[in-house]
Design a protein around this ligand. Structure first.
Ligand SMILES: [Zn+2]
Length: 635
């Protein structure tokens, strides 16, 4: 029995199969390589190994002993070839092997360890073979998947996008004629022919070439060249009259075809992207594009995506894969995009996940259900990303829009307070002996210049309840959701929100070091760059933030004077230098809490008196920008 020990110390590692014996599946790949490097040692090893069990089982079943090690190995190889090795268990395989060798059950019982050793070697070989095959197949799929499919157009078809091919003419004279055309000549000829073809139509019904790309390709054997034209017209156009006009103009035969999936990008791909049977060097190295504003072809080859297009592509991909006998593509994170848009479902919705589950059960299919269950914990974050994707253009516009532009736009909104907000705000300022002009100018300057020394505005009270927050809150409706940030909360990442902010309103701010060290506050309020710590499971690295977000603080006046832990007298002096303080001494005994915050009235108030030149609304100095802010054309 001693001789069995070395055999047992060998492990068969086949992923999750034979779980009791698989110890270190992660070393599989490395082992595979070394394994394949020295296959010749296998046989020698096998013979050594096989001797021991043989001597041991001398008393065993004579029938099984007739099966040589070589035969065992060959049969095992045959049995394993091409099958899914993850589902393999040793017991089941042994009985399968017994059957294959036409032995009786239990005949191989005494040669288990020998079979294990062989299986061990063969499985690794087979795994590697399957891996190589899998990779080969993947590469193949990738090269064939993207080929656009074209078909000849019916005479009745009226399309926006065509692929027009000028094949190499067989007739020598016509061939020379085609040779004489440059890419630009072909482009001009296509455009004038289109004009000619529509000569009888009313001007407003005439289509023109919106964009096109001309590819000249040299066929094999230098038999002259041929041309492909990817072309998009401004309105659906019949191709037959156009085709006739081309022939009349130059005597060349054009073949119009349509891209089955449609889209100018697919037409461009046809001439721009290599594919099986069309190597890169066979493609036109310098295609001609029209008009001058035509995007580079590397961009033009991609379709313009929206959530519908994404759903279409996914469907087309699924159909194409299924028709080729392949499995449907997996449900991926972006496949949720069309669903969220269709349901108009945002991650802030309290029933966000539930609604997704409901949709998946009703019409999402098994892959979506499985995806949602597996990724339940990260669906919210994914939803935010997908909505950013959906509204990217909007975000770009808003990010480029200046704070004053938002303020100006707010004046055009309708008043929601029937003038009550403005009245109450003025009364408040008056009661506290604060000049409306000085106050609104400070806000105007802060919004225009962003955070800078002296532009951080602090509304500080004596007894509390002076309506300070009331004066600032309409800004929350003026700037896009999520860009007006509130006081940082105690956490490991108190400043995380700064990175996406346009305005910061820190209500009831304490001038202490509890949440943010005073040194950091000084940097923030002065306009210096600060390091914003970010959770490293969501971001990589920390951000150096140098945004221009102005700060509006409300708090207590005595707090700004009080030395406390982490805040020295010098700190307080430096803080005060950075702040523009407005003192509120009059507590409101019975504030009217029914007055809604009104973006329109706030904006009008700030722009009327706060505007330094005291001009109404539209003034040239609205266009002045603080350095670092993106300048946009206003009017
Ligand atoms: Zn109002």
């Amino acid at each position: 029995l001693n001789s069995k020990r070395p055999a047992e110390s060998l492990h068969i590692k086949v992923g999750e199969s034979l779980p009791s014996e698989s110890t270190e599946p992660q070393t599989e790949t490395a082992e595979l390589e070394t394994e394949s490097a020295e296959p010749q040692t296998d046989a020698a090893e096998l013979q050594n190994q096989s001797k021991e069990p043989h001597t041991e089982t001398a008393e065993g079943d004579p029938k099984a002993d007739f099966v040589t090690t070589k035969t065992l190995r060959r049969v095992i190889e045959e049995l394993l070839r091409g099958r899914s090795l993850e589902k393999l268990t040793f017991g089941a395989f042994l009985s399968e092997l017994t059957d294959a060798l036409k032995l009786d059950a239990g005949d191989l019982a005494d040669r288990r360890s020998e079979v294990k050793v062989i299986l061990h070697k063969v499985t690794r070989k087979e795994l590697q073979r399957q891996l190589v095959e899998h990779v080969k197949k993947k590469r193949n799929d990738a090269s064939t998947a993207e080929v656009p499919v074209f078909s000849k157009v019916e005479t009745a078809q009226v399309l926006l996008v065509y692929v027009v091919t000028f094949a190499t003419p067989t007739d020598a004279e016509a061939r020379r004629r085609l040779e004489s055309f440059s890419r630009a000549d072909l482009c001009t000829m296509m455009r004038t022919s289109l004009e000619t073809a529509q000569a009888g139509r009313a001007e407003e019904h005439r289509a023109v070439v919106e964009k096109c790309t001309i590819f000249l390709e040299r066929g094999s054997g230098a038999a002259g060249h041929h041309a492909h034209v990817a072309i998009k017209v401004t309105q659906p156009t019949r191709w037959k009259p156009w085709n006739d006009a081309i022939f009349q103009a130059c005597g060349l035969v054009a073949n119009f075809s349509s891209c089955i999936k449609g889209g100018y990008h697919n037409a461009v791909r046809y001439g721009f992207v290599p594919r099986p049977g069309k190597a890169l060097e066979d493609l036109d190295p310098e295609p001609f594009t029209y008009p001058d504003s035509h995007p580079p072809l590397a961009e033009a080859m991609h379709r313009n995506f929206n959530s519908d297009a994404w759903a279409d592509e996914t469907l087309a991909q699924t159909q194409s894969r299924l028709s080729r006998g392949k499995s449907a593509p997996r449900f991926g994170p972006t496949d949720l995009w069309p669903v969220l848009v269709k349901l108009n479902l945002r991650p802030e919705d309290p029933a966000y996940e539930a609604q997704l589950f409901q949709y998946a059960k009703q019409s999402g299919g098994a892959p979506m259900i499985d995806y949602l269950v597996r990724n339940h914990d990260t669906l919210k974050g994914l939803g935010q990303k997908l909505w950013l994707l959906q509204e990217a253009e909007n975000h770009v516009i808003q990010a480029k829009k200046s704070r004053l532009k938002f303020l100006l736009e707010a004046t055009e909104r309708s008043c929601v307070c029937a003038g009550r907000w403005g009245r109450a705000a003025r009364q408040n300022l008056e009661a506290n002996e604060i000049s409306e002009e000085v106050f609104t100018k400070a806000i105007y300057d802060a919004l225009q210049h962003g955070r800078a020394k002296g532009h951080t505005i602090a509304l500080l009270g004596v007894g509390g309840n002076e309506g300070k927050t009331f004066l600032l809150s309409p800004m929350k409706d003026i700037y896009p959701p999520g860009t007006v940030i509130g006081s940082p909360s105690p956490s490991a990442f108190p400043l995380l929100e700064l990175c996406k902010s346009r305005v910061a309103i820190w209500d009831d701010w304490r001038f202490d070091a509890a949440i943010i060290p005073i040194a950091l506050q000084l940097q923030l309020f002065e306009g210096l760059a600060v390091t914003v710590n970010r959770p490293q499971n969501q971001f990589s690295g920390h951000e150096i933030w140098q945004g221009s977000t102005p700060f509006f603080l409300t708090g207590r006046l005595d707090d700004l004077m009080m030395v406390k832990a982490g805040v020295s007298c010098t700190d307080l002096t430096m803080l005060r230098k950075r702040l523009k303080v407005f003192e509120f001494k009059r507590s409101q005994t019975n504030p009217d809490i029914t007055i809604p915050r009104c973006a329109s009235c706030f904006a009008k108030m700030v722009l009327r008196k706060g505007n330094p030149r005291n001009m109404r609304f539209i003034t040239p100095d609205l266009q002045e920008q603080a350095p670092g802010e993106v300048v946009v054309d206003y009017f």
